[in-house]
Design a protein around this ligand. Structure first.
Ligand code: AMP
Length: 190
């Protein structure tokens, strides 16, 4: 099964994706993590995108599309992907559908984690201390949240129409969310 985990920065997407990966034998495709790796490894792509990421803007659709196609086209990951941080816009959602079709795959469920801006700020500041991410500070966190809000609604509507969307209360504790997600996935798997 292929899953999308969707929500604002600091919603707990990465934490929950890692839990799902372990429990259901999936592979996490985090575009944010892949992009940070490029910066860390000082690749040419890394040097192109570091200022964009650090300012809280989105990198181009073309760059992220290339990254995810490498993953989707790889037989090892086929039908075992959890998309974390992609799609973020309607055009990315449409692109994902085209790419998945090309490789005979589909999305089985979209888990939407909802959290308030107050919670996002709090979690991002905690993460900044733990992980030292350059884009985790209050000002950039607010910008990333606003960027998310602007582009999220059409994505949510898109998946609502195809009946794939499931809402998860991202304000709950990590293990409560784990349970809610597991129950949902178990129901879908049948
Ligand atoms: P994340 O780890 O998902 O919070 O992503 C960190 C940053 O990477 C974002 O603020 C964007 O600059 C960039 N990024 C990650 N995923 C995407 C995407 N799907 N489209 C555009 N930019 C992205």
């Amino acid at each position: 099964m292929n899953i999308i985990i969707f929500g604002p920065p600091g919603a707990g997407k990465g934490t929950q994706a890692k839990f799902i990966v372990n429990k259901y034998n999936l592979y996490q495709l985090s575009t944010g993590e892949l992009l940070r790796e490029e910066i860390k490894n000082k690749t040419e792509l890394g040097s192109q995108i570091s200022s964009i990421i650090n300012s809280g803007d989105l990198v181009s659709d073309e760059i992220v599309s290339n990254l995810i196609e490498k993953f989707i086209s790889n037989d090892t990951y086929k039908n075992h992907i959890i998309f974390d941080g992609y799609p973020r816009t309607l055009s990315q959602a449409k692109n994902l559908e085209i790419l998945l079709k090309k490789y005979n795959q589909k999305i089985d469920v979209v888990l939407k984690l909802s959290v308030s801006l107050e919670t996002v700020k709090k979690r991002i500041l905690e993460r900044q201390i733990k992980e030292n991410r350059a884009d985790d500070n209050e000002e950039i966190a607010i910008k990333r949240y606003k960027t998310y809000e602007k582009s999220a609604e059409p994505v949510i509507d898109y998946y609502k129409q195809s009946n794939l969307l499931k809402f998860i209360n991202g304000e709950a504790g990590i293990s409560e969310i784990n349970t809610e997600i597991s129950d949902l996935i178990d129901t879908i798997k049948g």
